[in-house]
Write a protein that binds this ligand. Structure first.
Ligand SMILES: *[C@@H]1O[C@H](CO)[C@@H](O)[C@H](O)[C@H]1NC(C)=O
Ligand SMILES: *[C@@H]1O[C@H](CO)[C@@H](O)[C@H](O)[C@H]1NC(C)=O
Ligand SMILES: *[C@@H]1O[C@H](CO)[C@@H](O)[C@H](O)[C@H]1NC(C)=O
Ligand SMILES: *[C@@H]1O[C@H](CO)[C@@H](O)[C@H](O)[C@H]1NC(C)=O
Ligand SMILES: *[C@@H]1O[C@H](CO)[C@@H](O)[C@H](O)[C@H]1NC(C)=O
Ligand SMILES: *[C@@H]1O[C@H](CO)[C@@H](O)[C@H](O)[C@H]1NC(C)=O
Ligand SMILES: *[C@@H]1O[C@H](CO)[C@@H](O)[C@H](O)[C@H]1NC(C)=O
Ligand SMILES: *[C@@H]1O[C@H](CO)[C@@H](O)[C@H](O)[C@H]1NC(C)=O
Length: 645
């Protein structure tokens, strides 16, 4: 077990060949180290390990002296290098020196292990030295020795060919585009003792990703999920169709358009593998669906956006954001959010109580006046039409307040007239205000009041959500008390169930009084067919959680990560991603045109008046029956009394 403090460890493998290009071994080897040091400096590397073979001529101390400025570890393997133990997650970028490219020992102990561990990638900068041969090209030598290994597009391998005659060692860049393609060797620069390590401008000014962006029409495999595909369509033509059926599988089909752009960007072609789900973790630890195809290496990346969730993070890596999904509550906003009866609405509760108090005052005051009136009337021997009892007072006050005006000749006293006049004036003002308000409020579009989750919770609307996994994660796992209340008290109802599929949810939104939590763009596409324009304009969104972002996924340490990340960011920067989003979003009707044109009093608002009338009629009928009964009983009594007599 080798425990390494990786931050301060520089690994250099120096494999000293038993044979060498010339006689002056010591001299050549010091040139090797000079070249390697120049390489380290130009690549800004600080870390290495010396793998010293038993037959190496040089002493450990001389490596240390020559590489004094770098953190050096010397390691003498007796068997294959255990790369898994040497490099682990987030180990710093490390330079490796192989100073005999063609030696059997290097192949046996280093290349094979590195190839199996996948270490010919950008985490390691390999520097290899080989001897030139007069009758062969340098490229053919490199290809002969390295072609067998797992070298990918992100390999960082620099091969220097020792040249005894002129002392200018040519440098080559070695990589491969895809797994089945030929090893590519490109001239990279030159090294000499005098001039040091020089690379051609292309190599100094461009990153490897940019240099290797023409993929020469290799085929990469992408995986995507089609969930709502109608029967009778071919998988690929359905996926790539951006004109029809935009409401089905919009996310996957929208992002596929971006991958089509990437094909031309990188000069590659895509082989699409289809599945029917996004991916679930199976009990045996493997994944199904798109995640399964990506983690098992069947596909190079996902062509559909995958939500960033923690349990996927351990198995795959994500690209930058490819798609943003807005998930809101959507409902038809009721014309009036108040449950309070519209007929009571013009005045607040306190004002109603004040009005009632005033009326009661008048009712109490009037009998005093009436008593006085009666005394006067009797004095003047006029018709005693004025009754002293409460009924008379009650109806008189009612007449006053409902602007009927009691008969004038009944009241002669100025004091009574003042009371009646004041009451009339008061009732006039109240009625004017009340009537105007009712008419005005019915005509005007009241401002929307259900704009927050709290208001939605307090309103009388039924609340539901789409039967989809992220909704359960969102509502089931929140620390917010309000969201939890909404979920447990309003959404989780057995009958009728408020957890519906999106189509059923759209129908209930159409029927009104129902708020539904789902992906907003898909919902709008369904609703635009179900609702007329006026109803569509009543739609109100409530958002309480940030939108979900999703990116493509790749296997861990995939060589295509940089290409995909670059492509996604580039498309975003160029505005093509936003343009594609626009093509896939539903153009909404202009609601400012239909505003305030259709005004009507619907039954919902008029019902209380009808209901009150009905109640009154019932009450009067009951009273009528009671009166009949009483009349009949008293008639019977009278008869019995007569008979007794
Ligand atoms: C190490 O660096 C110092 C200054 O940066 C330099 O003077 C010295 O020559 C270097 N040593 C070697 C062995 O390159
Ligand atoms: C090249 O020359 C070397 C000797 O210098 C010889 O061993 C080798 O077989 C030659 N290779 C070819 C391909 O002719
Ligand atoms: C794409 O790759 C093919 C195959 O190597 C090549 O013939 C073609 O020129 C390349 N296209 C571009 C635009 O580089
Ligand atoms: C690229 O590859 C695809 C399939 O692998 C092939 O159909 C197409 O003709 C190729 N294009 C070029 C320019 O070679
Ligand atoms: C895991 O289980 C699924 C079915 O649940 C099966 O299809 C898959 O082959 C299994 N994978 C492994 C590695 O056993
Ligand atoms: C949600 O959908 C799953 C399958 O897609 C189904 O088994 C489940 O019964 C549904 N739940 C509700 C509440 O409809
Ligand atoms: C809720 O969170 C816990 C840990 O944060 C996690 O184990 C659990 O699976 C989550 N539940 C849902 C429904 O996402
Ligand atoms: C290189 O490969 C190793 C092992 O597969 C991996 O841990 C590392 O992340 C890879 N580095 C890069 C830059 O992909």
């Amino acid at each position: 077990m080798i425990k390494l403090q990786v931050k301060i460890i520089l690994w250099i493998f120096i494999i000293l060949a038993r044979f060498s290009c010339g006689a002056q071994i010591e001299n050549i080897n010091s040139n090797d180290l000079l070249a390697f040091e120049d390489f380290l400096r130009s690549q800004h590397l600080k870390h290495a390990l010396v793998v010293r073979l038993p037959q190496a001529a040089r002493q450990v101390a001389s490596y240390r002296r020559l590489l004094a400025n770098y953190t050096t570890q010397i390691f003498t393997p007796g068997k294959r290098v255990q790369f898994k133990e040497l490099f682990y997650y987030e180990a710093p970028r490390t330079a490796l020196l192989v100073d005999a490219l063609e030696s059997d020992a290097a192949k046996l102990w280093v290349y094979r292990a590195a190839s199996e561990a996948g270490l010919f990638n950008n985490s390691q900068a390999w520097f290899m030295l080989a001897c030139g041969q007069a009758n062969r090209t340098d490229e053919s030598i490199i290809v002969e020795h390295l072609a067998a290994y797992n070298i990918g597009i992100d390999a960082d391998i620099t091969v220097a060919i020792r040249d005894m005659q002129c002392g200018n060692w040519p440098l080559y860049d070695v990589y491969r585009l895809g797994q089945q393609t030929a090893l590519l060797v490109e001239a990279k620069g030159q090294w000499s003792v005098a001039a040091g390590y020089r690379v051609w401008p292309k190599f100094s000014s461009q990153s490897w990703r940019r240099r290797r962006s023409n993929l020469a029409n290799i085929t990469l495999i992408g995986s995507t999920a089609l969930i709502e595909k109608p029967p009778g369509y071919d998988d690929f033509s359905y996926l790539s169709n951006d004109r029809q059926l935009l409401q089905l599988d919009p996310m996957q089909r929208k992002t596929f358009q971006l991958f089509r752009l990437m094909q031309t960007m990188f000069n590659m072609s895509l082989d699409v593998r289809f599945t029917d789900n996004w991916g679930q973790l199976q009990p045996n630890g493997s994944w199904s669906g798109v995640m399964g195809q990506v983690t098992s290496g069947e596909a190079h990346f996902a062509l559909c956006p995958m939500r960033f969730v923690l349990d996927r993070q351990r198995y795959v890596q994500f690209s930058p954001v490819l798609h943003t999904q807005l998930i809101h509550f959507l409902f038809r906003h009721p014309r009036r959010s108040n449950i309070r009866n519209i007929f009571f609405e013009p005045l607040s509760t306190e004002v109603w109580w004040c009005v009632l108090a005033l009326v009661v005052c008048c009712i109490l005051l009037l009998p005093l006046h009436v008593n006085l009136e009666r005394r006067q009337h009797t004095l003047q021997r006029q018709l005693p039409a004025v009754g002293g009892h409460l009924t008379f007072v009650w109806f008189t006050i009612l007449e006053t307040y409902l602007q009927q005006g009691p008969a004038l000749e009944l009241f002669r006293l100025p004091s009574t007239r003042v009371l009646i006049s004041a009451s009339c004036l008061f009732s006039f003002m109240l009625m004017q205000f009340y009537g105007a308000f009712i008419v005005g409020s019915l005509l005007s579009d009241t401002p929307r009041s259900i704009l927050t989750l709290q208001a939605l919770y307090d309103s009388g609307l039924a609340i539901g959500m789409e039967n989809i996994s992220y909704n359960f994660a969102l509502f089931g796992n929140t620390s917010n008390q309000l969201v939890r209340n909404v979920y447990t008290q309003r959404i989780c109802r057995p009958h009728p169930s408020n957890i519906l599929d999106i189509r059923r949810g759209a129908e209930r939104i159409r029927d009104g009084g129902f708020a539904f939590h789902s992906a907003i763009d898909r919902m709008y596409r369904l609703l635009v067919e179900l609702l007329d324009e006026h109803q569509f304009c009543e739609l109100q969104e409530i958002m309480f959680n940030p939108p979900y972002v999703a990116g493509s996924v790749l296997p861990k340490s995939s060589p295509w990560r940089e290409h995909l990340a670059h492509a996604v960011l580039h498309l975003g920067e160029m505005g093509l991603m936003q343009y594609n989003d626009r093509l896939w979003t539903l153009p909404k009707p202009d609601c400012s045109l239909s505003k305030a044109t259709q005004v009507e009093v619907d039954l919902e608002h008029f019902a209380p008046a009808l209901f009150a009338l009905l109640l009154a009629m019932l009450a009067s009928a009951v009273v009528f029956l009671v009166e009949l009964l009483l009349g009949w009983i008293s008639a019977r009594r009278k008869q019995q009394a007569n008979r007794v007599k």
